[in-house]
Ligand binder design. Structure first.
Ligand code: AR6
Length: 177
């Protein structure tokens, strides 16, 4: 049975089949978690990204993981928050769903996500967490483990409280069915 794990940490250390990167559409690296992943993984990842040229918002691509402990990296491009009227929620949902589908297509059964779009792209953390965990719940039985890695203690507390609420709702639905 699949598990959802929420933890605080640096995603570059995760020993999973695949880690997800919060990339931008140029796929040339950047700051935040993208910078950390490229620094830790090394040149082989950047050169594979460059060959792919670019990636649209809400989409994702897969590369090798260079020096990381993970086997693969999925580079997902989240939306920039601009008030919520430009389809940001659907685009963020697509990032998570397509990353999970791409991992399954490559037979990767343990996956770790950062909080995509909630840093430089300014997506409000609570709303982003709901989207991330909703997708986590929908896919969890298809994976051995889905890990959400929060960088800060504040984000961890938000993920934990949204998780508790969703897990309670899920139990109520199962109970009444
Ligand atoms: N491990 C886990 N989470 C991290 C790490 C880490 N090592 N480092 C940062 N975070 P951001 P975005 C968290 O800005 O909002 C880049 O320049 C961070 O605290 O990395 O999707 C790209 O190239 C936050 O919670 O990504 C794009 O141009 C979360 O990761 C742009 O930023 C996402 O923050 C993408 O912006």
């Amino acid at each position: 049975m699949g598990k959802i794990i929420i933890k605080q940490g640096d995603i570059t250390w995760e020993e999973v089949d695949v880690i997800v990167n919060a990339a931008n559409s140029t796929l040339r690296g950047g700051g935040g978690v993208d910078g950390a992943i490229h620094r830790a993984a090394g040149e082989s990842v950047l050169s594979e990204c460059i060959k792919m040229d670019h990636c649209l918002t809400g989409e994702c691509v897969i590369t090798n993981a260079g020096r990381l402990k993970a086997k693969k990296i999925i580079h997902a491009v989240g939306p920039v928050w601009s008030g919520g009227t430009r389809g940001e929620a659907q685009l963020l949902k697509n990032c998570y769903r397509k990353s999970l589908e791409l991992a399954l297509a490559h037979n990767l059964k343990t996956i770790a996500f950062p909080a995509i779009s909630t840093g430089a792209y300014r997506y409000p953390i609570e709303a982003a967490t709901e989207i991330a965990l909703t997708q986590g719940f929908q896919f969890k039985e298809k994976f051995d483990c889905i890990i959400f890695v929060c960088f800060s203690r504040d984000d961890l507390a938000i993920y934990q409280s949204v998780y508790e609420r969703m897990a309670n709702d899920e139990n109520k639905t199962l109970g009444s069915g």
